[in-house]
Design a binder for this molecule. Structure first.
Ligand code: BES
Ligand code: MN
Ligand code: ZN
Length: 494
């Protein structure tokens, strides 16, 4: 998809398959009025008849008379308030793109500048428009015998108002496009079934990405190398499967070597059966999504490459399959992590923290500026926050604030949770330094407390994305979150 930005003086002269204009209450925008005159008053008449609902995000597609340069006009309601909220902007953009993809037009011109007052608002609007456009044409096809056609939308033009320059808008559009593509990449990896997306498949994907870029290199550690490093915790998870585990390390060099990197660590459990602490059968298929943290690392690395940011970033993916077998780890087994701390595995289904803790210790070698791990870690997180928010934990307030702000800007949101000492007590074990579960209360918090024991040497944040990462039911599929939040955070760092 290609994006263009320009200042359009007369919308009536612009040839396009669809012009998108806003309606506030019953009032057409200035550009809308110009197009209305070009159609002999069709738009105003439709609004007067009440064909467009007054809510933000309502749409009405109007076919214009033959010979009109804009073949269609999409009226989009922006509500009645003078100030349009971020939440409403999201609705407006989502609804516009839904209408455009349903009409299957190849191109469109957006006249939305009145929604953005000031250059930061304009930047955010165009960035989000591009992300929304790119993600709206994603369709999953990989394992279908008949591929699903993607909507035709290939060319999106925005009319730039007084708030920003065409150059500023272009930059925002290209960053938004990069984030959209990264999000789609994460969705695709998340949606692939466990037999199409093994740890080895993820490793191949990393190698392909590194091959395609001179700023990205990658290293794949196999089980033998992990054993030599003392990663007994990670290896205890992969004991019962025939799929070899991989520690995938991607290094993006966008700045001088001396600049400390941000390290992203993704949970990459390509299928989580629970192991010997076997999960119940209902919805177990959804545990193919247990690598969505890893998918978000891949998606963010891809956005980072497209945005060509001048920072250093390392992506680490702890990839393994969690299966029961005669040689699988048993409840009560004690394993030794790379940090030297011993862990009593009271429940083999709390495997995410077991792979992440060794990856967190591995991250120390980068002397990182910050480490952020991303994981579909606990069902308890879904109970606490549902789908709208990722749970955020951090041992550093500034890092926490930066991540929350990046989430607000992209509406890919996170909500901070506590890491208080009181909760740490729940991880006490009589047979090891730490137990891998903390009992039925505050499950997302105690999982984060577990990880915090392995993240003492740097500024660290943990995003539990168990709710945010995928949708269930009829619209089952990966969301690609939190690629938006992470990419925005990196953008803000650059
Ligand atoms: N991958 C799951 C967490 C999960 C479950 C995410 C359901 C989304 C939906 C994780 O490995 C897990 O099984 N966690 C256990 C931890 C428990 C044994 C302490 C859980 O949440 O039940
Ligand atoms: Mn599990
Ligand atoms: Zn899991």
């Amino acid at each position: 998809m290609e994006f263009f930005a320009k200042k359009i003086n007369d919308p009536a002269t612009q040839a396009t398959a669809c012009a998108i204009v806003t309606v506030s209450g019953k009032q057409l925008s200035k550009n809308g009025q110009t197009l209305d005159r070009a159609t002999g008053g069709m738009l105003a008449a439709a609004i007067k008849r009440g064909d467009l609902k007054p809510d933000a995000g309502s749409t009405l597609l109007v076919q214009t008379p033959a010979g009109t340069p804009a073949q269609r006009v999409l009226l989009v309601g922006v509500g009645k308030n003078r100030k349009v909220s971020q939440h409403e902007i999201r609705k407006i953009l989502n609804a516009s793109l839904r209408a455009l993809t349903a009409a299957n037009t190849r191109d469109a011109i957006f006249y939305l500048s009145e929604l953005a007052e000031g250059s930061e608002a304009a930047r955010a609007l165009y960035q989000r428009l591009a992300t929304t456009a790119v993600t709206s044409v994603y369709r999953y096809s990989e394992t279908l015998s008949t591929k699903v056609a993607r909507p035709a939308l290939k060319k999106v033009t925005v009319d730039v108002g007084a708030s920003t320059t065409a150059t500023g808008a272009r930059k925002a559009l290209s960053q938004g496009k990069a984030i959209g593509n990264g999000t789609n990449e994460a969705r695709e990896l998340g949606n692939l079934p466990g037999n199409y997306c093994t740890p080895n498949d993820l490793a191949k994907r990393a190698r392909a990405m590194a091959r395609a870029s001179d700023k990205l290199s990658c290293k794949i550690l196999d089980e033998k190398q992990m054993k030599a490093l003392g990663m007994g915790s990670l290896l205890s998870v992969t004991a019962g499967t025939v799929e070899p585990a991989k520690l995938i390390v991607m290094e993006y060099a966008g700045a001088a070597k001396s600049k400390r990197p941000v390290v992203l660590v993704g949970k990459g459990i390509t299928f989580d059966s629970g192991g010997i602490s076997l999960k119940p059968g209902g919805k177990m298929d959804e545990m193919k999504f247990d690598m969505c943290g890893a998918a978000s690392v891949f998606g963010t690395m891809s956005a980072l490459l497209d945005m060509d940011l001048g920072i250093n970033v390392v992506g680490i993916v702890a990839a393994a399959e969690n299966m029961p077998a005669g040689n699988a780890t048993k409840p009560g087994d004690v394993v030794t992590s790379m940090s030297g701390q011993t862990i009593e595995v009271l429940n083999t289904d709390a495997e995410g923290r077991l792979v992440l803790c060794d990856a967190l210790t591995y991250a120390e070698r980068y002397q990182p500026k910050a480490v952020i791990d991303i994981a579909t870690l606990t069902g308890a997180c879904v109970v606490a926050l549902g789908k709208p928010a990722a749970a955020l934990y951090a041992n550093n307030d500034k890092l926490a604030t930066q991540l929350i702000e990046a989430g607000e800007k992209t509406l890919d949101r996170a909500w901070r949770m506590p890491l208080w000492d009181e909760y740490q007590a729940q991880l006490k074990s009589n047979f090891a330094d730490i137990a891998n579960i903390g009992g039925p209360e505050a499950g997302s918090v105690t999982a984060a407390c577990f990880l915090s024991r392995f993240a003492r040497k740097y500024h660290w944040a943990h995003l539990d994305i168990a709710g945010a990462a995928w949708m269930g039911g009829a619209a089952k599929g990966a969301t690609g979150r939190p690629v938006g939040l992470l990419s925005q955070y990196l953008l803000d760092q650059a």
